[in-house]
Design a protein around this ligand. Structure first.
Ligand code: IDP
Ligand code: MG
Length: 139
């Protein structure tokens, strides 16, 4: 079963490089509606919890310290076929392999600092959205 929502973060690199506006514009132009939106900052602890699924991967510690290194923008987005269409919009994890015109190809410089997060399943979109947003923060 597929639902129509995904969760995203504009990561610290893209925020620091001034790309918040352009990236939100790309979301909107691709047909995603904003359901929830927040400018915030993760701590080492909350970034560690968010990425707990990657705890065994060699890059986990670097990922957690990068994701807590500066402010981020978190959002829940809505569109038909949201998970798959959003992964297509952001491009491959490694920006060097991301297709022309994708957000990571345009705004990311490396595999670790890759501009945006996108949920990989309906189940994770739900979990990740709940991590940042209460029911009365969604419209
Ligand atoms: P995804 O963000 O495209 O879903 P995942 O495999 O879920 O990619 O990895 C989560 C995040 O961990 C990536 O977005 C990236 O920031 C980081 N990451 C993934 N693979 C590597 C790696 O090989 N080296 C360093 N960081 C990585
Ligand atoms: Mg992932």
């Amino acid at each position: 079963m597929s639902t129509n929502r995904t969760f995203t973060m504009i990561k610290p690199d893209a925020v620091a490089n001034g790309h918040i506006g352009s990236i939100i514009n790309d979301f909107t132009n691709a047909g995603f509606k904003i359901i929830a939106l927040k400018y915030t900052k993760l701590t080492d602890e909350t970034a560690g919890q968010f990425y707990a699924v990657h705890a065994e991967r060699p890059f986990y510690k670097d990922l957690v310290s990068f994701m807590s290194s500066g402010p981020i923008v978190a959002a829940i987005l809505e569109k038909d076929n949201a998970i798959e269409d959003f992964r297509k919009l952001i491009g491959a994890t490694n920006p060097a392999e991301a297709a022309e015109g994708t957000i990571r190809q345009k705004y990311a410089k490396s595999i670790d600092a890759n501009a945006v997060h996108g949920s990989d399943s309906d189940e994770n979109a739900e979990i990740e959205g709940n991590f940042f947003f209460k029911a009365d923060e969604r419209f």
